[in-house]
Design a protein around this ligand. Sequence first.
Ligand code: ADP
Ligand code: MG
Length: 703
Amino acid sequence: MGVKYEVLLRKWNDFFRTRGYTTRIADITDSYPEVQSLEVSYPEISIYDEELAMELLEQPLRTIPAGEQALLTFAPQDAIDHFKEIGVKLEIGLRIKELPPLLSRVEVRNLRLHHLNRFIAIKGLVKNVVQVKPRLYIGAFKCLRCGHETFEEQGRMEYREPSQCGSCGKTAGTTKFRLIPEDSTFIDTQRVEIQESPEELRGGEQPQRLTGYLEKEITGQIFPGNKVILNGTMMATPPRNQRAHPTTFNIYLEVNSVELEEKDFEDVEITEEEEAQIRQLSQDKELDEKMIHSIAPTIYGLEDEKEVLVLQLFGGVPKVAPDSTRIRGDLHVLLVGDPGTAKSQILLYQSRLSPRGVYASGQAATKAGLTAAAVPDEQGDGRWKLEAGALVLADKGMACIDEIDKMGSEDRSSMHEAMAQQTISVAKAGITASLQARASILAAANPKHGRFDQFKTMVEQIDLPVPLITRFDVIFPLQDKPDPEKDAALARHILKATRIAEIIAQQEHAGNVDEIAGYGDIQPPIDNEFMRKYVSYARKNVFPTLTDDALDRFEAFFVEMRSQYSAGDSVAITARQLESLVRIAEASARVRLANTVELSDAERAIRILKNYLKRVATSEDGTIDIDIVSTGIPRSRVAKQSKIYSIIQDAGPDGITWDDLVIAASDQDIDKIELEMLLNNIREEGNVYEPQRGVYRTTRGGI
Ligand code: ADP
Ligand code: MG
């Protein structure tokens, strides 16, 4: 059974004395109970006494209490007397940090029986935290026979009454005890759940979770989305609410200490050799093509989209202006398209490719949804817990949100905050918290009525609040229009990829591995693993700045767009697009690991933005009108709608017949098909109705 308890006590004693912890312990007694524990780093123990350190890992349930007992012998006598006098039990906890990864770090999925009752370190993302609540620690029990109070230390999981009164000696069978809360001692406790971090999962694996119990001053310090190492003892407990004697137990971590990690891309390990390879690839003349073709190679075409998806992986530089306003570096991209245009496929691929990528669907039924939520704790003791959704879990990474138009109403409001400020606030049931959500967002949505309607603008057909839509840097409409030439190529590509998959299945069955013709076409030129490293390296090390050339080019572009491409009083672009341009150009420089944003990066950003505006924000008369994105309706249409409205209004309370309306509209150069569309819009807005078939009149409110 390892080292004797007395020996442990002596070892700890030596350790505290020799390492000069006595003054520290005296300080703690001065600030007790605000400060109630001593932190010690594991390496310090193992250098001093290897045997004690090993015992700590193997027998924490004896070794830590021995340490805590040894600690108390260093408490100054006057402090001990003082606490005795005021009836407070002096207890100083020993919290051990910086456990040796090799000996103690365990992945949640690898937890096994032999870890039980051992001191281990679990690294992960905080998924949810339950509200901190007091628990009875030392109960004061009044004997109903003689009135004497007996103190009984409580188990964490069960309630313990004294077996015997400390004064009259009556046993539990012959007297009754009543708990006196005001004389009892309570401590703070908290239950948290952590899950494996996305960057530690191989593409597509579901993260596994573990419950941790925290006590005393380490409660209330961590929040969903934090990346932590929980050091503690793995314990087993029978499941709750089960009458029969269960034989399968739940495991949890009795947390001794918490280490908060600064979240970054550091977890993706890059060797020196790989760094050299990364540098070499950055000089490759075909770098951009290789990158683009490494995005979902089985998906045919969509080169413009893939180009932006590459840039999104790298992202721009997050900035804090001198007046401390934050400008996000992350690029937000939205794919809106007909069903079956590979949106989901692309999102899944990107969530695996991106370091710290998370895939979630707006339809997903989880309570935390996409952002974060306060939900009742399922253990039913009236507590609430704060639960992280995809955006919080993807902090500093990428959140791929499929069917974003289907998200619930609570998500809609916090999604806006997430996209604008990159935080998510929760205020509910006494829980208030602001969680970090610095993720780039790749979202997909279907058009409102299933398919695109050519008479409506793109934005009108996305079932999302306009302020949310305008937060996307780039929006791609994906239309599934038959086109014989493209269809043939698409079909060929899909079928070839399918055939290769068939051949692989066949070869696996037969147990041989032959070269497969055309295999290279659906293989990414840069494999996923290396791409992830390349991206991590760039995001961590490369922070490009604008050159004068790039700056001048953007300025000229902005002025030109606003003066030439705008018709009437419509506006081609706003300052928001300028920020997007900078982000795109910075990302473009980062791809090459360049520290400066060159003219070529600026040109590329302009090309991408123009292409996007052309596809999404072109009004009927061919001019670019950013109102199409920011209000959903082009100004030219607004003008025509009000013309039609005036015609109907002029007809007075009797209304106007369809045939007369067609004639009046054609005088204004509006043909029948367009008229029908305009009239539908006006009616949808509730400004015109049809009192009898084929007759239209205005409602009272009017435009
Ligand atoms: P969406 O989410 O847009 O409705 P999916 O991602 O579910 O579409 O795609 C449907 C199927 O069609 C997938 O198997 C996808 O691989 C295939 N597909 C669609 N477009 C392409 C394309 N351009 N190249 C290859 N496969 C495609
Ligand atoms: Mg889909």
